[in-house]
Design a protein around this ligand. Structure first.
Ligand SMILES: [Zn+2]
Length: 328
């Protein structure tokens, strides 16, 4: 188990990944967007796996000296109009380190001239913005954020961590000092400890707890409307409760139990996943009737009881009462 003391904000699956997963499971077969969504899903899950893999290497840091925050999304201005995002932030009483995590396999070429990174894999080239520039930009946003929140100024470092040991890295001839910002995951803990040797303590215990609570309080989860982004209609999605064993859809409701007509499996709680899918995909308050249609349930009392068993109660006037379904 990762130390709770060290990992103040642990690595969790991003909402976009959960949403893509739920939509892909329910997208009608042969839908035009299927391929595009699958590519996006693979990209986001590789990113998530990279960040999760990082914990293994960060474990070597002393839990009494470091605080680790995964996936921070903080406002760039008072009006909260724009945000900046940090894959991972390591805080020590005398400095901080921002990490941009890249979990890419293949050949990676860092090109100083066009500020880009090229990835070549199986003969296919892809270009990305130079991640060193990205993390340096985030560093300057974090500096302003600390100032705006009246927190002490601390030295900040920015690193790009390559978590895929199979990637082959090349730098353009004049990439220069920026190369020092690129590191493989296995060298990370040592590099961070080197920083601690050259700085004096700035943040008191009180400062550290103030910083922690401000980071957690101002963090806002990225919650994109995936249906809108990929232009997928409600009618493009398969409704019904999935069989937990063979994934057949829809299951039948018989005498307070879900029954699969393909494999005959019976389930008491197969509806939970369908309700979670609805919450993730549509992310809006929902009427009993709408959920009934989604789960293929006839009785409104049955629907009400299922929701009640999940501690969900409706709010609003009786004839238009809606449920606010929690998203994971
Ligand atoms: Zn089944």
């Amino acid at each position: 188990m990762p130390s709770k003391k060290l990992f103040i904000k642990p690595c969790t699956k991003p909402l976009k990944l959960l949403k893509l997963d739920a939509i892909l499971q329910r997208l009608v077969h042969n839908h035009l967007k299927h391929g595009e969504l699958q590519i996006e899903f693979a990209r986001y899950s590789a990113g998530y796996r990279g960040e999760a893999a990082l914990d293994y290497f960060l474990h070597d840091l002393d839990e009494n000296s470091y605080l680790i925050f995964h996936d921070l999304r903080l406002p760039r201005d008072k009006e909260k109009k724009y945000y900046f995002q940090i894959d991972c932030l390591i805080v020590h009483s005398s400095f901080g380190v921002l990490l941009e995590v890249k979990n890419l396999s293949g050949d990676l070429y860092f090109d100083h001239h066009f500020d880009q990174m090229k990835r070549t894999k199986n003969g296919i080239d892809e270009t990305f913005p130079d991640p060193v520039n990205q993390v340096q930009q985030q560093k300057s946003y974090l500096e302003s954020w600390l100032k705006r929140n009246q927190l002490p100024k601390i030295p900040l470092y920015s690193l790009v961590v390559l978590t895929n040991p199979k990637s082959f890295i090349t730098l353009s001839p004049h990439y220069g000092k920026k190369a020092a910002h690129i590191i493989r995951a296995k060298g990370l803990a040592n590099k961070v400890q080197d920083f601690s040797a050259i700085h004096q303590e700035i943040l008191s215990k009180k400062d550290l707890s103030k910083l922690t609570s401000k980071l957690l309080k101002q963090h806002e989860k990225h919650n994109p409307d995936v249906l809108k982004t990929y232009n997928i209609k409600k009618t493009d999605l398969i409704t019904g409760v999935f069989c937990p064993d063979c994934n057949h859809v829809p299951m039948r409701r018989e005498r307070s139990t879900w029954v699969c007509s393909r494999c005959n499996v019976k389930s008491k709680d197969a509806h939970i996943r369908a309700i979670q899918d609805y919450a993730l995909i549509f992310d809006e308050p929902v009427k009993n009737k709408t959920l009934r249609r989604f789960l293929h349930i006839d009785s409104s009392i049955c629907m009400k009881n299922l929701l009640k068993s999940m501690n969900l109660t409706p709010s609003g006037p009786t004839n238009s009462a809606k449920y606010q379904l929690p998203i994971p």
